[in-house]
Design a protein around this ligand. Structure first.
Ligand code: 5GP
Length: 213
């Protein structure tokens, strides 16, 4: 008997996780906390035409692009998905996602709902997580307290939030972001469970059975 059929989960293709949720729910904070905690969960850095907020760094938080540069990326097929959100374009660079998964690492995309649904068409095996606020009042407070938006932008973001929540039935898991550490624990628990899925093992067990029988 050979030992080439080791059940080594690390050598499998990585898991693609998508984290969505209304603006202000704390996706960015949760992702930042996850990045600090876990050395092997890779974060996909999106391209956007939105202006950087204070403290945001090009290449770390986003790749900040002009509209023309973004349109070129679309034309060259460089984006796995893209969407227009509250007047700006956002998109996920494709090659980085593919390379990360092929190297056996898990990747998390923090993106809005329309983009997530486009990813689902291409990665049906992806894991789709929707982050919820403890209440809508709390969500509005969080957006207002960020202090970066005009009253009109806040109104549009609350409207977008309602539209996003209406689409959340397409997601596999829901997490209430009542506490960042707990939200991270729940995402890690989902990730662990997804690594134990039968779909990841059955092809290998078939290979074992061929060797034994
Ligand atoms: P923000 O302007 O608050 O950073 O992001 C606005 C929304 O765009 C958020 O819901 C965020 O998750 C989403 N977003 C960020 N990057 C991407 C992306 O690459 N694709 C899509 N479709 N949405 C994104």
């Amino acid at each position: 008997m050979t030992n080439k059929g080791f059940l080594s989960a690390e050598k499998d293709r990585g898991i693609l996780m998508v984290l969505s949720g209304p603006s202000g729910v704390g996706k960015g904070t949760v992702c930042a906390a996850l990045r600090q905690r876990s050395t092997n969960l890779v974060y996909s850095v999106s391209a956007t035409t939105r202006a950087p907020r204070a403290g945001e760094v090009d290449g770390v938080n986003y790749f900040f692009k002009t509209k023309e540069q973004f349109q070129n990326m679309i034309a060259e097929g460089e984006l796995l998905e893209w969407a227009e959100y509250v007047g700006n374009y956002y998109g996920t660079p494709r090659s980085f996602v593919e390379e990360t998964l092929n190297a056996g690492n898990d990747i998390i995309l923090e993106i809005e709902v329309q983009g997530a649904l486009k990813v689902k068409q291409q990665f049906s095996e992806g894991v789709f997580i929707f982050l919820l606020p403890p209440s809508l009042e709390e969500l509005q407070c969080r957006i207002e307290n960020r202090g970066t938006e005009t009253a009109e932008a806040i109104r549009r973001r609350m409207q977008a939030a309602a539209e996003e929540i209406a689409m959340s039935e397409h997601y596999d898991y829901f997490i209430v972001n009542d506490h960042v550490d707990l939200a991270c624990d729940r995402i890690q628990a989902i990730r662990t469970a997804e690594h134990c899925r039968k779909e990841r093992y059955i092809p290998k067990l078939k290979h074992w059975m061929q060797e034994v029988l």
